[in-house]
Design a binder for this molecule. Structure first.
Ligand code: ATP
Ligand code: MG
Length: 454
């Protein structure tokens, strides 16, 4: 595919200049209308037949050009949301900050967006909806419903590689920002002035890291330069949106390389502030643990295994939880109580940055709690622990800690063997543990002399 692109650039054939754009024959890039989803094609056709301009745009065009499978298909048009809605029976307008229309097909959802503009002079182009665009003191766009032309729409997109417009009706690619050249050079380049674009929407910082890692591209120096300085703008992102973006970063299958980019550009400090300083101190294996968590997650994704944000966040925050729990045990709390108190406090701080939903914080706390319980596996406890619904994740977490260099006295191996053993062997294994005196210490009950000898 890339070879074909390079050849095409050499020959410069079949390209026409509309002054604002360069139009390429998509066939030269191996792109044909059959490669886009039939539904996306139909949406474009319906809009065009109604007299509107319409293109398939964004990630799907980028991915097809790179030989990757698009996640979904987005359509951009000069029809306004209500006009789009009137053309499709199963459609609805969603969003406030950024209105789009969802067109539902039986199994596929096509997102249709009206061309947006960044130019204030284009405010006339749209009708109702006041205020159309709002900006916070820091320069962040909080409302962005100013409609414009396709050229404006290309200018307001984030990266040049994400701003290619594909028209299946004549099989052409419309390029306004030299995106095809950047695909060819494997470069991530922000459209416009990078510092301003990052200030307008700090999520773009994360998007640069995400696409750089996903595509294996490099960041153009002019785009990279303001990134670490703008990193603190990430604090302006609303916690729910920030959480969603972190999932895209970490559950993409390129978590390890994304993590490295986040660190290189000082973005990670903003994402998990409580742990960032522990990584810098070099304390309690924090850097190794987090890096390893991403490596393991990537491996799981590539072998189609389930990954959960709870496990990732459990790993991300564990160094902070462990440190705070140690602080409380040093001051006389029981390990269980100290861990639970630390967990609560660390989570409370983190959700003011990335709003982790309760359906994930609960399992995170269980995984952490089981870190204290899995070593205490004598007698009947091993069987009971192995039946805990969170056992598997907690066991994986033990393995992760060991991989990151922690010495847990062979605990991971023991549990591996236990799971592989038959019932009789299991009994023997747990008896051996209880015989070596690894018994549960009962908290809450006042200790009597006999207990304290244990
Ligand atoms: P993915 O494969 O992850 O879906 P994508 O490029 O399609 O990648 P989306 O988040 O689906 O990304 O967004 C669709 C398009 O909208 C992008 O390609 C880009 O052109 C534009 N876009 C998305 N987010 C922003 C943003 N924060 N600022 C500017 N443009 C954006
Ligand atoms: Mg997309």
């Amino acid at each position: 595919m890339l070879e074909r692109i390079i050849k095409f650039f050499d020959k410069k054939q079949s390209q026409s200049d509309f002054s604002d754009r360069t139009v390429f024959d998509a066939r030269q890039y191996g792109l044909t209308p059959k490669m886009i989803s039939r539904n996306a094609h139909q949406v474009v056709e319906t809009l065009q037949n109604a007299g509107f301009e319409a293109y398939v745009v964004g990630g799907s065009v980028r991915d097809l050009l790179l030989g990757l499978k698009p996640k979904d298909f987005d359509v951009a048009t000069n029809a306004e949301p209500t006009e789009i809605k009137s053309l499709f029976r199963r459609s609805r307008i969603i969003g406030r900050r950024f209105q789009i229309v969802h067109v539902q097909f039986s199994r596929e959802l096509i997102e249709v967006t009206t061309f947006r503009s960044n130019q204030d002079s284009d405010i006339k182009a749209s009708k109702k909806n006041a205020p159309l665009r709002q900006q916070s003191k820091s320069g962040m766009l909080t409302r962005d419903n100013v409609f414009g032309s396709v050229t404006d729409d290309a200018e307001r997109r984030d990266l040049t590689v994400n701003a290619l417009y594909y028209d299946p009706s004549d099989n052409t690619i419309h390029d306004f920002t030299d995106g095809l050249k950047d695909i060819n050079k494997r470069t991530i380049r922000m459209i416009g002035d990078p510092a301003t674009r990052f200030r307008e929407d700090p999520v773009r910082l994360l998007r640069v890291a995400r696409f750089t890692a996903k595509l294996g591209f490099s960041i153009e120096p002019r785009t990279a330069k303001p990134m670490s300085k703008r990193a603190r703008d990430l604090a302006h992102i609303s916690p729910p949106r920030f959480f969603d973006e972190t999932l895209k970063l970490f559950m993409s299958g390129n978590g390890a390389s994304t993590y490295k980019l986040l660190c290189d550009h000082q973005l990670f400090d903003q994402l998990v502030p409580q742990v960032a300083h522990l990584i810098k101190d070099g304390s309690n294996n924090a850097a190794k643990l987090i890096e390893q968590a991403f490596i393991n997650t990537d491996i799981r994704i590539s072998s189609n295994k389930r990954v959960t944000p709870a496990f990732i966040y459990a790993a991300l925050l564990w160094p902070a939880v462990e440190k705070l729990a140690a602080y409380y045990t040093d001051r006389g709390s029981s390990p269980t109580y100290a861990l639970s108190k630390a967990a609560g406090e660390v989570i409370a701080k983190q959700i003011s940055v990335t709003a982790i939903p309760r359906r994930f914080t609960m399992p995170m706390r269980e995984i952490w709690d089981l870190q204290l319980q899995l070593p205490r596996r004598g007698g009947h406890r091993a069987k009971r622990l192995s039946e805990n619904p969170r056992f598997r994740a907690a066991y994986d977490f033990i393995l992760l800690r060991e991989q990151a260099g922690e010495d847990l006295a062979g605990l991971g191996d023991w549990w591996t063997q236990y799971q592989e053993a038959d019932e009789e062997q299991k009994l023997k294994m747990s008896e051996l543990i209880s015989n070596t005196g690894n018994r549960r210490r009962r908290s809450r009950r006042p200790r009597h002399k006999k207990d304290s000898k244990d």
